[in-house]
Design a binder for this molecule. Structure first.
Ligand SMILES: CC(=O)SCCNC(=O)CCNC(=O)[C@H](O)C(C)(C)COP(=O)(O)OP(=O)(O)OC[C@H]1O[C@@H](n2cnc3c(N)ncnc32)[C@H](O)[C@@H]1OP(=O)(O)O
Length: 213
């Protein structure tokens, strides 16, 4: 794989650096739109600056747009990458992920250490599957979704585009979490969660509704 540039320069971006080190993938640097961050080193790797600053690296490095956990920000990075003509990095899958070869994963997505994805699972583009997540048979995770550490998805669960599943949450079989919704940490999703809401608790209930972006 060619070198990558990671969009974002926070804690998650540094965890991607570690993932890349484990995979032998070179990180050329980080994109950060805050002018004061340009030139900083993160674990010895430079913050390159904003879009104009990385333009010249287009031919040499592919982009990791999921360098932040926020699904909406990932989508904005992906749109900018498309406009600027960048290649998207192939999926980054930690060597200690249990993963059936009958699963599919989209460009720019990543799976961290200790995750287990069983059979016939479809992961979209720019998806984060964080540490120790379990996804059972026939799961679907849409583009830009973020699955926080320790989440458990039972069989035939669908997580729609842009949804965020908080740390340690569980979703029972055949349930669906609607697009751009948030499930709070520690929740148990017993019933389908509609789109554009925040739901939390055991069992999860809708606590807030969001305006559609
Ligand atoms: C490597 C890493 O660090 S990965 C990052 C992992 N982090 C996570 O997964 C964080 C998950 N985030 C959460 O659980 C947050 O609480 C969120 C995003 C769901 C909600 O945050 P906010 O929008 O700020 O919610 P807010 O604090 O306003 O709470 C609204 C209501 O929901 C309740 N609530 C919020 N989160 C939860 C939760 N996880 N479980 C139960 N109830 C919750 C609040 O108590 C409040 O209830 P009330 O209206 O009855 O008083």
């Amino acid at each position: 794989m060619s070198a990558v540039i990671v969009c974002g320069a926070g804690g998650h971006a540094r965890e991607i650096l570690w993932l890349c080190e484990e995979l032998g993938v070179q990180v050329a640097g980080f994109l950060d739109e805050r002018p004061e961050m340009k030139g900083h080193l993160l674990e010895g790797v430079p913050v390159l600056g904003s879009w104009a600053d990385i333009e010249a690296l287009k031919g040499e490095a592919a982009l990791v747009c999921a360098g932040v956990g926020d699904p909406a920000l990932k989508r904005r990075f992906a749109a900018e990458a498309d406009r600027a003509g960048f290649r998207i990095a192939p999926p980054l899958i930690h060597p200690r992920v249990r993963w059936s070869r009958r699963n599919a994963i989209g460009a720019g997505s990543m799976i961290f250490e200790g995750a287990l994805l069983s059979e016939q699972i479809a992961i979209g583009e720019h998806v984060i599957i964080n540490r120790s997540v379990t996804i059972s048979h026939d799961g679907v995770v849409g583009d830009y979704a973020t699955i926080a550490p320790g989440v458990t998805l039972a069989g035939n669960v669908t997580i729609e585009e842009g949804a965020y599943i908080g740390i340690g949450a569980s979703v029972r079989e055949k349930r669906r979490v609607g697009c751009w919704s948030v499930v709070g940490g520690g929740a148990f999703v017993k019933d389908d969660i509609p789109a554009f809401v925040m739901a939390a608790g055991v069992p999860a209930v809708v606590k807030k509704r969001f305006a559609q972006p």
